[in-house]
Write a protein that binds this ligand. Structure first.
Ligand code: ACO
Length: 194
């Protein structure tokens, strides 16, 4: 996705992590630059969030700048620095966060957990199935020091289920009463509610 400002200046890394402050850790600049940077980041998050919702056929967006504030959510943005005549473009978005969930394991035992969750995931239509999604996912796993099995997935699309099957061999879903999906092995080493 292209913007009329310089993405490479705003998001200098290949994968950039954004938290509730709507600012990159490495940002250096004065107050005016800070405000401009926040404005541009808001635009990127809102436009990518909207494109993601559209791609998933959702009527409401899951990711926006406003929604990122006051949460522990993290958004990873993948950049193609060579696109848009060297100004860069935003290719993908992956959002994670912790949620309080009441869950059941494969034997029906219940647990109250706060797992890390995949909340939103989108790669621009022009780049899907070229490895961009997995690049983002791998980066997130390393950043959050977590394995694919320990993540709960919020309402995964068929494409995301195929993605998890292909890259991480995750196939055996444990049915839940909520819209989250977890796989066999998720509950290993969890302590059950008493
Ligand atoms: N049909 C079926 N499987 C697909 C498709 C598709 N159209 N697109 C990707 N996949 C799966 C397949 O397993 C594919 O492997 P294959 O091409 O060998 O069949 C694999 O993903 C490709 O892996 P990557 O290239 O690393 O993934 P990609 O860059 O396409 O990103 C993503 C995956 C994010 C799911 C992307 O396809 C996308 O944005 N889809 C539309 C939005 C969406 O469904 N997002 C997930 C919503 S649920 C949630 O966010 C919690």
């Amino acid at each position: 996705m292209e913007f009329n400002f310089n993405i490479n200046k705003l998001l200098p890394k290949k994968i950039n992590k954004i938290s509730q402050s709507l600012m990159l850790e490495e940002f250096r600049g004065d107050r005016r630059e800070f405000a401009e940077c926040q404005k541009q980041l808001t635009r990127v998050l809102d436009d990518m969030g909207e494109a993601s919702a559209k791609a998933q056929g959702l009527s409401k967006t899951i990711t926006s700048a406003q929604k990122l504030r006051d949460t522990d959510h993290l958004v990873y943005l993948l950049v193609d620095s060579e696109a848009n005549q060297g100004k860069g473009s935003v290719v993908g978005l992956l959002k994670t966060g912790s949620k309080n969930l009441f869950m059941f394991d494969e034997t029906g035992l219940h647990y109250q957990l706060q797992p890390r969750c995949v909340l939103d995931f989108y790669v621009h239509e022009s780049r899907q199935r070229t490895g961009c999604g997995n690049l983002l996912y791998q980066h997130m796993l390393a950043e959050e020091k977590i394995t694919p099995l320990k993540l709960a997935i919020d309402r995964p699309s068929e494409k995301l289920l195929a993605f998890l099957r292909k890259h991480y061999g995750l196939t055996r879903i444990i049915p839940q009463n909520n819209k989250f999906v977890v796989f066999h092995g998720f509950f290993d080493d969890e302590v059950q509610d008493t």
